[in-house]
Design a protein around this ligand. Structure first.
Ligand SMILES: Cc1cc2nc3c(=O)[nH]c(=O)nc-3n(C[C@H](O)[C@H](O)[C@H](O)COP(=O)(O)OP(=O)(O)OC[C@H]3O[C@@H](n4cnc5c(N)ncnc54)[C@H](O)[C@@H]3O)c2cc1C
Length: 469
């Protein structure tokens, strides 16, 4: 019988946004994540026009006993949403800028680029990561490792308050004084506790920004890595580098000198001017024979030029690790599995230098991972034929090779596909994981938010009795 599908859905009478069933026009486009390797198949999709829609959607799903998933851009889609209600927050892309107080309240569908377009002309920046296309809220809920992290710490440390619809259908404003236990775990605990409708962020007065990259031939990877390790050890906290192995396909989107080639990409971002940037980069400019050198003074609106992440939706599989150190032996281990001469199917292996402000305790408690790490590693491939089957084992091979130097934990934003309970626990330091599990039992005893990096397994009953609210 198709009669149900032609009727208006009951939820549609309660919301301003579109309610779409799988057979409806526009459903596939609305459900599609930026990571097009993942396909979502919810029973129903709500394009939330505002917080009231989110409240109605969460209450309706809870009444039906359906799980709830959230998506804004889909940059963090690690696994398929199957069944339940998918709430798309993309229409909620509001930015309320308060220049005098250096803050912004952004709606749950706002991309970093939309916030920066408003704040940078006022001399203010937000602590975005490597791509301004990523959503502000999803990124901050995962802790947020900024391009300028060594200078200013994790983005989560700069979140002042969060509006969230908890699984009981209540819209709460949480901060250091209101539901502080929930405020703590929302910053790093990802989508475990409800649907965030907006967050208030502290902005920073940064006018001098220097950034870009140097690209070296892959054949010189050992020489470049050796020089990079020594150079990175002496950098001031305001300097934020990473080093990446890049294997771009022979395709139009890649710059001609890089097509079909293995290259090493030094990425560099600095809170500082041209003179300091050029002085700091000079030793790395003298290494090997760079193929490209794009580093120089930039507007912060050009922050994407540091890492050169793909601007368009891309299929990817990714996993990460945090390292205590990356010395000579770790370098040799990495080169053995991904260096010149190896036919690696991975598009990218990146090592970001941690430390500086990223290594200091947060002024306000949160559930962010990575403060004890010296490096954050991310390995990523494009799982399409003919290499689709080769990508997951190649990622595992890289992480295995670096395991002797790993902290044993990851950052949830770079964790990749969540596995079993033990694997999920790796995304947080033990104390934060316990706080997240405590708050999960309190705020989501029925495990309504069970997709993605949920600390209770999908479809599973709560592992321990719920604590009464
Ligand atoms: C090209 C690229 C570059 C990146 N660079 C960085 C970087 O430099 N630093 C860094 O830390 N991370 C980085 N990431 C990871 C990124 O921050 C995470 O994937 C983040 O979750 C993306 O958020 P989103 O809202 O854009 O994605 P989505 O896929 O829409 O959301 C991802 C998850 O976040 C949660 N979520 C999103 N919105 C809400 C909400 N309103 N309420 C509750 N939960 C919500 C949900 O669990 C959801 O499944 C990068 C990812 C990509 C693909």
């Amino acid at each position: 019988m198709t009669i149900i599908d032609t009727e208006r859905h009951p939820l549609a009478d309660q919301v301003a946004g579109r309610v779409l069933r799988p057979a409806d026009d526009g459903f596939a486009d609305a459900a599609r994540p930026w990571n097009v390797a993942v396909e979502h198949h919810p029973d129903l999709l709500l394009e939330a026009a505002g917080p009231d829609d989110v409240v109605a959607g969460v209450r309706w799903a809870a009444e039906q006993g359906l799980p709830v998933a959230v998506q804004s851009t889909g940059h963090g889609a690690t696994e398929s949403v199957s069944g339940g209600l998918l709430i798309s927050t993309l229409p909620m892309n509001t930015v309320e800028l308060d220049v005098a107080n250096r803050t912004a309240r952004v709606g749950a569908g706002t991309r970093w680029g939309e916030l920066l377009a408003r704040s940078v002309p006022e001399g203010l920046i937000g602590l975005c990561g490597s791509s301004s296309d990523v959503g502000v809220v999803g990124y901050c809920l995962g802790g947020g490792l900024p391009i300028l992290g060594r200078a200013f710490g994790f983005a989560a440390e700069h979140v002042r308050s969060i509006d969230v619809v908890t699984p009981d259908g209540r819209l709460r404003t949480v901060d250091g004084e209101h539901d502080p236990d929930l405020f703590e775990v929302l910053k790093g605990g990802k989508g475990n506790f409800g649907v965030v409708t907006s967050i208030e962020l502290e902005l920073l007065p940064v006018s001098d920004f220097y950034g870009g990259g140097i690209i070296y031939p892959g054949e010189d990877a050992a020489e470049v890595l050796t020089a990079f390790r020594a150079w990175a050890a002496d950098l001031p906290d305001d300097a934020c580098p990473s080093i990446a192995f890049l294997r771009l396909p022979d395709a139009d989107f890649a710059p001609p000198p890089l097509r079909g080639r293995f290259v090493v990409h030094l990425r560099f971002a600095l809170v500082g001017g041209t003179e300091e940037g050029d002085r700091l980069l000079a030793p790395m400019r003298a290494v090997s024979t760079p193929i490209m050198d794009t580093a120089g003074p930039l507007s912060y609106l050009q922050v994407d030029l540091v890492s050169l992440d793909p601007p368009d939706p891309t299929p990817f599989e990714q996993a990460g690790a945090l390292l205590k150190e990356f010395g000579e032996e770790a370098q040799a281990a990495l080169l053995e599995v991904a260096g010149p001469g190896v036919q690696s199917p991975l598009l990218l292996i990146e090592l970001r230098l941690m430390g500086g402000a990223l290594g200091r305790p947060s002024p306000v408690r949160d559930a962010v991972s990575g403060r004890d790490a010296a490096w954050c590693v991310s390995a990523l491939g494009v799982p399409v034929p003919p290499i689709a089957e080769l990508v997951p084992p190649a990622i595992e091979q890289v992480l295995d090779a670096l395991r002797p130097w790993a902290t044993g934990h990851t950052m949830v934003n770079f964790h990749g596909r969540p596995g079993d309970a033990t694997d999920r626990a790796r995304a947080w330091p033990p104390e934060a994981y316990e706080a997240i599990r405590r708050a999960k039992r309190r705020y989501d005893p029925d495990n309504l938010m069970r997709f993605g990096h949920a600390v209770l397994l999908p479809g599973g009953e709560p592992v321990e009795p719920a604590i009464p609210l």
